[in-house]
Design a protein around this ligand. Structure first.
Ligand SMILES: Cc1cc2nc3c(=O)[nH]c(=O)nc-3n(C[C@H](O)[C@H](O)[C@H](O)COP(=O)(O)OP(=O)(O)OC[C@H]3O[C@@H](n4cnc5c(N)ncnc54)[C@H](O)[C@@H]3O)c2cc1C
Length: 255
């Protein structure tokens, strides 16, 4: 369905459940349900390429991880929002020979985001005691990579602006060991889906509720518009799920 509605995101890592193939939307459409915002697929910028596991935004926004390309160079403000950052990474990857970029941080960064230990324990990271050693582990040019990180650290210490406009989580990467993860954008969620009203009733093409059909969570569309508030997808699933349950009971009891 992503291929059909948002082909430019078709090659993202499938970091969601393999069961999430849009069956609910297809079944509801077959009985006349309307859909909304189907092209508003929501990527996550960083998923680890082998495990397909999402690497939390906290690594970029709290730990201060940087992203470097296959030449060991930064190319973006790592604290951009999910969608613009995903697009920037996808474009960077398209210009190179590798399918991914590298997310890099140091021990201090790792300690600042507790879930990061599970990435290390799960074998998602490589690590080394020096920047050059890390570059070798990652298969990129040691001199170029070390220069990138040293210049990045220097600019922070001298209070100079970041060349890519990064203003948050500018933490020097200087406390060994150093860590790297191979990442590219993956699927987080879809903001499109079945059109519903505030009672979680699924609407038909004329905006009338389809009797007995309710929807909540991923299968719905239009709740977020073009944006996303952190935690909002889980909140949508639980809040609308509760509303759908209550409404279905009200509808049955009133018959
Ligand atoms: C890696 C990742 C990280 C995320 N992080 C966050 C986050 O930090 N904050 C946030 O708010 N949201 C996050 N999300 C999004 C959020 O997890 C989902 O939006 C939410 O779990 C959707 O819940 P749901 O119950 O609507 O759908 P799902 O959890 O997808 O449940 C649907 C269920 O239906 C089953 N199913 C599908 N087809 C059929 C069928 N034909 N018959 C029977 N069963 C079927 C599926 O197997 C699945 O178990 C994340 C998503 C991913 C993938």
């Amino acid at each position: 369905m992503v291929y059909k509605y948002k082909p430019e995101y078709a090659d993202l890592i499938v970091s969601c459940s393999i069961g999430a193939t849009g069956d609910g939307i297809i079944m509801a459409e077959a009985i006349g349900a309307a859909t909304v915002d189907m092209d508003r697929v929501m990527p996550t910028p960083t998923a680890e390429i082998n495990s397909k596991r999402l690497i939390t935004a906290g690594m970029r926004n709290t730990a201060g991880a940087i992203l470097v390309n296959e030449f060991g160079q930064r190319f973006v403000d790592e604290t951009l929002l999910y969608e613009p950052l995903s697009i920037a990474i996808t474009e960077e990857v398209a210009e190179g020979t590798l399918e991914y970029v590298f997310e890099v941080f140091d021990e201090k960064g790792k300690e600042s985001v507790p879930i990061c230990q599970t990435y290390v324990d799960g074998g998602l990271t490589v690590q080394a005691d020096t920047l050059e050693g890390l570059a070798e582990e990652l298969g990129i040019d040691p001199d170029s990579f070390a220069k990138t990180v040293r210049e990045y650290n220097q600019a922070i210490k001298e209070g100079k602006p970041d060349p890519f406009g990064k203003t948050k989580a500018r933490n020097p990467i200087e406390t060994p060991p150093f860590y790297g993860i191979k990442v590219k954008p993956g699927h987080l969620a879809t903001r499109g889906g079945l059109k519903i009203n505030e009672k979680a009733q699924v609407l038909d093409l004329s905006d009338n509720p389809i009797p007995g059909l309710y929807a909540a969570g991923e299968v719905t569309g239009g709740v977020f518009g073009g944006g996303y508030i952190g935690g909002g997808f889980l909140a949508e699933a639980t809040v609308l799920g509760r509303i759908a349950g209550a409404q279905s009971a009200i509808d049955v009891l009133s018959q």
